[in-house]
Design a protein around this ligand. Sequence first.
Ligand SMILES: [Zn+2]
Length: 365
Amino acid sequence: MEKIILNIIFIIVLFSNSIFADNYFVKSEIKNGELKLYFSSNIEGVKYFTIPTDDGATKFVYDIYGATLPKGKGISHHTYKTVESFRIAQNNSERVRVVIKSSQKSLNRHAYRDNLLVIPLRDNQDASISGRTIANIGKKDKKIVVIDAGHGGKDNGACCKGIVEKNIVFNIAKKVKIKLENMGYRVYMTRNSDRFIKLPKRTEFANRKMADVFVSIHANAAPTLRRAKLFRGIEIYYLSPAKSERAKRAAEKENSVMLEHKDYYTKNAYLSLLNREKIVESHKLGLDVRRYIVKNLRKRYKIHDSGVKTANFWVLVGAQMPSILVEVGYITNPIEGKNLLTDKYQSLLAKGIAKGIDRYIKNNY
Ligand SMILES: [Zn+2]
């Protein structure tokens, strides 16, 4: 059923897209009771109106003309005491729409100048804009990447003959971070030590950091040791309804740590899935990362490339930016398992992941 809905929405969105202007939504923040929205160039105009809702709340709507919402960008991560939800969407080809649902009956006057729109959330205070605006964001701002080393703390991930997934992926993640920083990116890791983090916290972190890209790093294991030799290769996943048996199995394994949070995901999963842009962009990111991993590792090793696939990895649910999960190989495979422990192999893998991310960002931002 979800798949049918997904396809219909896919088609609708596909045909409703047309030529966009060049004024991109860049970032948002809440400061001193004001929601501030920054764009890449001057705002043409803002139309404001309200809609009462059935449950007694009010929707405050701001149409920003000539503006474009880049893939993966959002404002739904914001929270404010009187506000139930923050939404931003491409309303049509010529305007971006911001909807704030609040228990308040009215909001004070908004204001915009240059590339900045300020919406007051606090009572009794009109919006004010002072000082410089465009200079605050600067186009040279570093792109932000969040790297998620899978598992941690009480959750070891896959284990085989003393090889523990959480340690291997942490080492690789650290190497990716350093390589990306050397390329000029701002990089955050969801964990900087061996500690347990719940899956939703990982994407929440990436949303909070306004990441442009989220990459989760994992290692795989064969279902039984008897079949260890049969399972090998690098697999890259992006979020979409799972298709192959192997993809489903990998997703079940990585998801198992969060079974008690199943309700949270069933409620939120498909909301986040219904975003064509993010699915397409995550796929592109996956293809770039795969290409460079294969290219780097093949210089020295015989490796098996299992391509880019779709699966329901809950760790990717809720990410507001293009996001993928990389299974760097099978620790249960006699050859791959041994390679994954070496510094050389880990470095080449990390180099491939970093270069793939770099390629994706350079081509798409
Ligand atoms: Zn894992």
